[in-house]
Design a protein around this ligand. Structure first.
Ligand code: ZN
Length: 160
């Protein structure tokens, strides 16, 4: 497996509680791995970079890195990797209080994947709207945010 020389320094910075120092090193490793077409290494380094930015409270860079990673999988013809990767990244971002970043990243993923991605935070859909009784079709519901769903007929929330 490809491991960039910077990873040791990055891991040391992480364990020393300096995520802001580790984040760009992991990001550089991810870019090296991407260029070498080592997608497993890219996935690991990218996950660590996003986590390090999130731990450092650097929301803009966490979002940028998460979007870029999704785009990298798509560009490499590895779209099948995106849902698993994205699910873990979104969970991590939300667990660190970066819900707005997670929602923005989730919307980007939906743009790349279409109906091929279901945000794990989105509520399960009922068969019928409890307000107007309309049949609920997953492709037709309205999503005001990635984690909320509304009836396309009456606009009522479809959260159960
Ligand atoms: Zn309704």
């Amino acid at each position: 497996m490809y491991v960039a020389p910077d990873d040791e320094a990055a891991l040391a910075a992480m364990s020393a509680g300096r995520p802001l120092e580790a984040a760009p090193l992991f990001e550089r490793s991810a870019i090296h791995a991407y260029k070498a077409n080592e997608m497993l290494s890219m996935k690991l380094s990218a996950s660590l970079a996003i986590k390090a930015y999130a731990m450092a409270g650097d929301a803009p860079n966490a979002e940028r890195m998460a979007r870029a990673s999704v785009d990298a999988f798509a560009a490499a013809g590895r779209r099948a990797e995106i849902p698993g990767f994205a699910t873990r990244v979104l969970e991590m971002l939300r667990s660190r209080g970066l819900g707005a970043v997670a929602d923005a990243v989730s919307q980007h993923i939906s743009g790349v994947m279409g109906t091929g991605f279901q945000d794990p935070a989105a509520p399960q859909l009922p068969a019928f709207c409890s307000s107007c009784g309309a049949a609920v079709k997953p492709a037709e519901v309205v999503r005001p945010t990635p984690s909320t769903v509304a009836c396309s007929f009456c606009g009522a929330s479809l959260a159960r």
